[in-house]
Write a protein that binds this ligand. Structure first.
Ligand code: HAM
Length: 423
């Protein structure tokens, strides 16, 4: 028997209502802030991600799904949303639109990650990118948008962590200071950190290994080494967050995994005690567009894992939205009754009602059980008598009351009243 690939999920019919609700919350929130939807291809040239995200990051070194197509082109399944969005921005003429250009996406992301609860090899992100504006109010807009999305999705307690990692003016000097600090402590840190020391030193601050914690605690932090421009920007971000009553915690160890960030970085966490996995994260990236061949263009955005939002809703015991049940389940007894049942069902569907039938011959009790399974509001029962008189017996599945000899027109009237009352 085949099984789905490790780290992937099936989304079964009874999980769709929650999913649709969350995606709708994302779309509505993005629209409320004036963001337009962007869809990009499932795969891109490998070089786009390497250039965009940066060599030396875990994503590029270990996690991409990369292959060569039959024409010999190296392609990578979408491993994050920002580099493709910038590629589309540069390729499609969006550069000439008034700034900021506000884009959002809801899209599958593929990463060869180590699967565990909330960590998948195919997950879905709601993300936004605001391109062209360097003002701190733009950073705050994206943070506020994400916060509003969590609220719209039904999460009541999320916690925002905030940091600034400096820019091309102050970061190189900080990296040197950090390297210098670690150079005499490499024997005290884990094997991964020894690699990070060479390839991606900023991530030293982000290690979760117990043995590295004392070294990190005493390490220099980017916030202590910001240049005047970065400091002023970060002050303004904090001021505006307070103004808008968006609570946050400063986390001077927050550095993010992808290579393109400058200045503001942020992550949201769920309420669960000790939650390790971020519900969403992002930040400013003022060099990426230029890095991909465009003019120097500041930008800021976030990505939010939708499967993690589903888990957080379960953890907070938020009631699940359910698909509405069907309007009527048509049961029949005997061959001629089946003919009439199928005609009644199609007539009702043409009127826009949700209708199921019960093909084959089953006892009425079994057919009514099926109606319950579909959460049918009514059951229409058709035996030889109803078939002969072109009528239907209608059973109210709530009150169990039955009415006999109804015409199709009166069934339509009854279902319409019901539909009106339930709205
Ligand atoms: P990221 O932090 O790599 O950022 O991913 C964003 C979010 O996607 C995470 O906070 C998490 O909720 C979810 N996520 C990441 N990996 C997994 C996984 N393996 N399984 C389930 N969920 C996952 C980015 O991708 C950036 N492109 C965000 C961004 C946009 N920054 C600026 N603009």
């Amino acid at each position: 028997m085949f099984r789905r690939p490790t780290g992937t999920e099936d989304r079964l019919p009874d999980q769709q209502a929650v999913w649709r609700f969350i995606v709708k919350a994302a779309e509505t929130t993005a629209a409320r802030f004036g963001y337009g939807r962007l869809d990009t291809p499932t795969f891109e040239e490998t070089a786009l991600f390497v250039r965009g995200v940066g060599e030396g990051t875990d994503l590029i070194e270990q996690e991409t799904y990369t292959f060569e197509d039959r024409g010999g082109t190296r392609l990578t399944l979408r491993s994050e949303g920002t580099a493709p969005a910038m590629r589309a921005y540069l390729q499609s003429g969006l550069q000439s639109a008034p700034i900021p250009v506000r884009l959002y996406y809801v899209t599958p992301i593929f990463r060869y990650d180590r699967p565990q609860r909330g960590r998948l090899r195919e997950h879905h992100q709601f993300g936004v990118e605001a391109i062209g504006e360097s003002d701190a109010a733009m950073d705050v807009e994206t943070i506020q948008l994400l916060s509003c999305f969590y609220h719209a999705a039904g999460l009541s307690s999320v916690n925002l962590q905030l940091n600034s990692i400096g820019d091309e003016r102050c970061r190189p000097a900080f990296i040197e200071i950090l390297r210098h600090y670690y150079s005499s402590r490499l024997d005290q840190v884990c094997a991964n950190c020894q690699v990070r020391y060479v390839k991606n030193p900023l991530r030293l601050l982000d290690c979760k290994e117990d043995r590295c914690q004392p070294v990190i605690a005493a390490a220099p932090k980017p916030l202590e080494h910001l240049c005047a421009g970065c400091r002023e920007h970060f002050e303004r971000v904090q001021y505006l967050l307070r103004l808008l009553r968006i609570t946050f915690t400063l986390n001077d160890r927050l550095v993010r995994g992808l290579g393109y960030y400058t200045r503001t970085v942020f992550e949201f966490y769920g309420a669960r005690e000790g939650a390790q996995a971020a519900l969403g994260g992002g930040g400013r990236y003022n060099r990426l567009v230029e890095e991909l061949g465009g003019k120097p263009t500041p930008a800021v955005g976030f990505g939010c894992g939708l499967e993690r939002v589903v888990l957080a809703l379960q953890e907070e015991h938020v009631p699940r939205p359910e698909d509405p049940g069907i309007d009527i389940s048509i049961c029949h007894l005997g061959r001629e009754a089946e003919d009439w049942a199928l005609i009644v069902a199609s007539t009702l569907r043409q009127q826009g009602f949700r209708v199921v039938t019960t093909p084959g011959e089953r006892r009425i009790a079994v057919q009514l059980k099926q109606a319950d399974h579909y959460r049918a509001r009514f059951a229409g029962i058709i035996g030889s008598e109803e078939a002969a008189s072109r009528t239907v017996s209608l059973r109210d599945m709530k009150t169990k009351e039955e009415k006999h000899g109804l015409t199709v027109e009166s069934i339509i009237a009854r279902l319409s009243t019901e539909a009106r009352d339930s709205h």
